[in-house]
Design a binder for this molecule. Structure first.
Ligand code: PHE
Length: 362
């Protein structure tokens, strides 16, 4: 029986000395595995005399349990040591300089469209869209611009090659055709804004062959000029962030509205710099009017039942005014230095006023 104690001491010593999990596993196999030493002892019980077997059985079992426990305990120690070693070895050097992260910016056009949507969204307008390549009928005829109308020439239209039936598609010269498309499919009341690309053959510091407009359309049974004025005054003040901004409605002409008005906002050009909301100069910013009854008829709406108003705003124009961008062509140059200066951070949630730009223009 001393042999058993000696064996226990020997195995305990080996377990204690196991340098890693592999060595420990080898010990477990050598002692407790299928043909391990302690396993063989257990097997030898079968050949013993009954009175001998009882005592030996208890001792062998105790030995087996002790060794199993020692192995488990050593295993935990070795595993923890392994984790500690990895923590030391794999530690992060926080003194390393950070990898430069290239931060994108939101283009002022997208930003401005978001702002406009947010302002009109709060007034209950929804966003509608239409195709850039448009039928002549939607872009002109349905809007009361017949074939011989001078406005057709003024629009400097890009025409596509004629189709088989002689029809020529156009790149829409304004977002107004979406008025028609909406009235054709939606029962009033209608309250939409239409942000989108528009095209005219024009190119200088304030014109680009492709530019953006936001159209607005309201149709209901009792909509009148007071609604048009209230809505657009509210928009101008919210967009430019000037609560008492002066807004002027100047009689104008568009074939698709009657009466028509151009909208000016109060500003000053003192010392060569434009200040919106100060001084007694005026700056034109959008076109508007009461929807011409002929346009309602062209869309199948009864003008004795329905009236409404419409407006069109040039996005680049109001973005240039609000953010002090001097040349319209730079919007499309894809110059990263320009974008870094005039762009917006992505977490800059669209709101009506008081936004901050990446580069300081405001
Ligand atoms: N479509 C006009 C333009 O492009 C703007 C406008 C829209 C005017 C709606 C009145 C009503 O100039």
């Amino acid at each position: 029986m001393e042999n058993i104690d000696a064996l226990k001491d020997e195995v305990a010593g080996a377990i204690d000395g196991a340098a890693d999990l592999n060595a420990l596993e080898n010990i477990r196999i050598a002692e407790l595995g299928k043909s391990g030493r302690i396993t063989s002892l257990m097997k030898s019980l079968g050949q013993m005399a009954p009175e001998e077997r009882k005592e030996a059985g208890q001792r062998f079992n105790a030995l087996k349990n002790t060794v199993a426990k020692l192995i488990d305990a050593r295993k935990i120690v070795l595993e923890e040591a392994g984790i500690d070693a990895r923590l030391i070895e794999e530690k992060i050097d926080v003194t390393l300089p950070a990898r430069p992260e290239i931060q994108g910016a939101i283009h002022p056009i997208s930003q401005t469209i978001d702002e406009v949507i947010s302002i009109f969204g709060e007034m209950g307008f929804r966003v509608a869209e239409g195709p850039d390549i448009e039928e002549d009928w939607y872009n002109f005829t349905a809007l009361n611009i017949p074939l011989d109308h001078p406005a057709r020439q003024e629009h400097d239209t890009f025409y596509l090659n004629a189709e088989k039936d002689g029809q020529r598609m156009v790149l829409r010269t304004h977002t107004s055709p979406v008025q028609i498309r909406t009235m054709q499919v939606q029962e009033p009341p209608i309250r939409i804004i239409v942000p989108g690309r528009t095209y005219r053959c024009d190119h200088d510091a304030t014109h680009s062959p492709m530019f953006h407009q936001v159209e607005g359309l309201v149709i209901d049974k009792s909509t009148h000029m007071g609604h048009l004025k209230g809505c657009l005054i509210e928009f101008c003040r919210a967009f430019f962030g000037v609560d008492d901004l002066r807004v002027r409605f100047r009689p104008s002409y568009f074939p698709f509205t009657e009466p028509s008005a151009e909208v000016d906002i109060g500003c000053s050009f003192e010392g060569g710099t434009l200040k919106i909301g100060h001084g007694d100069d005026w700056l034109e910013i959008l076109g508007s009017g009461m929807v011409n009854p002929k346009v309602l008829e062209n869309c199948g709406l009864d003008p004795t039942v329905y009236q409404g108003f419409a407006f069109g705003v040039g996005i680049e124009r109001i973005a240039m005014l609000k953010y002090g961008i001097p040349d319209l062509r730079t919007f499309y140059d894809s110059d990263l230095r320009w974008l870094r200066h005039y762009g917006f951070q992505s977490l800059d949630v669209p709101s009506m006023v008081g936004r901050s730009s990446l580069g300081g223009a405001s």
